[in-house]
Write a protein that binds this ligand. Structure first.
Ligand SMILES: [Zn+2]
Length: 321
């Protein structure tokens, strides 16, 4: 079959499920992000008419209003968080099974993510969960769109947008809104940037090797098998850009994997765990980026003695056009 692509703004989509979604709903938009948001918002409006309310907005209640039961389960086959399974009592329908032992914020997001899958016309052919939920990774197109859809369910328009209008984009509003909407700090921060009210971006930093170092480590593992010792000692991991999310009006592209200097206040946040607010210069791009930053430590995702992950909200200042 002919491979089809969709170019929308900064993104290109080629996943057949996404192409099919746009074909089906081309009257709404040519942009799959807009289509998913539109379809979900429509259902949310109906659910509100049946009394669904918040914040916090419970995705399980929303699921039941659109005919998808949610059940706790200790038997998930494709995910440690949640997955869609065929409904054994209703042919052609689905059921969401979720892990009740995960933190509430994570349960909420995972269930909402699975609901978003059901808005794809061919979702029943893809029952297996494809990758980790909540990564907002644009390389996994369907998963990325389901993460967007999930954040629309947990932090819906207009409630969330009105809160951001009143509170602005800051660490303080991030803390308050993440609690109010029972969403993780990362998911809330991504949704904050997505409101597009201010020229902002966020970066999440974590300790890792850069891709060339990872390749070399893999190579040296093979050599280890041949010669029985390490011919090459890998360098220590550095605090690097894990991912970034830019608002439409934030003009500077922030490359992935770029490391943060030890003199940077963001490095300080990782080491001390204390938040930072103030102007700084970030050497992440070709020209140094003068920016106002608010940054805080995030819980670690690995069991090492490395310091904390960091989330930073950058507001573009007058010096960068
Ligand atoms: Zn998924």
């Amino acid at each position: 079959m002919e491979q089809r692509y969709l170019k929308v703004g900064r993104r290109t989509y080629s996943d057949p499920s996404v192409v099919r979604l746009v074909e089906l709903h081309s009257k709404i938009s040519q942009d799959p992000e807009e289509i998913i948001r539109y379809l979900i918002r429509n259902e949310l409006t109906d659910a509100r008419n049946y009394g669904w309310s918040g914040p916090p907005f419970d995705p399980k209640d929303f699921a039941s209003t659109i005919g998808i039961p949610c059940e706790k389960s200790d038997k998930l086959f494709h995910s440690e968080d949640a997955e869609l399974q065929p409904n054994p009592t209703k042919e052609g329908r689905s059921i969401i099974k979720y892990n009740p032992n995960k933190p509430k914020t994570r349960q909420n997001f995972s269930i909402a993510h699975e609901i978003a899958h059901t808005f794809f016309p061919d979702y029943q052919h893809q029952y297996k969960a494809r990758h980790k939920i909540g990564k907002f990774d644009p390389n996994y197109e369907v998963e990325f769109l389901c993460d967007l859809g999930a954040s629309e369910i947990i932090m819906p328009t207009p409630d969330f947008d009105l809160d951001v209008e009143n509170m602005g984009i800051s660490l303080k509003s991030l803390r308050v809104l993440s609690k109010r909407y029972e969403a993780s700090r990362e998911a809330t921060a991504i949704r904050l940037i997505g409101t597009d009210f201010y020229p902002c971006a966020l970066i999440v930093l974590d300790y890792s090797h850069k891709p060339t170092e990872k390749d070399k480590i893999e190579e040296s593992k093979c050599q280890l098998n041949l010669f029985g010792d390490y011919p090459w000692e890998p360098p220590p991991m550095k605090l690097r850009v894990q991912y970034s999310v830019r608002g439409t009006h934030f003009s500077v592209y922030i490359p992935k994997h770029k490391s943060i200097e030890e003199s940077s206040p963001l490095y300080e946040v990782s080491v001390t765990g204390k938040p930072f607010q103030g102007d700084t210069v970030l050497n992440l791009t070709k020209t140094p980026l003068n920016t106002y930053v608010e940054a805080m430590a995030l819980p670690k995702t690995h069991n090492t003695d490395l310091d904390s992950r960091v989330i930073a909200i950058l507001s573009q200042t007058r010096k960068n056009s």
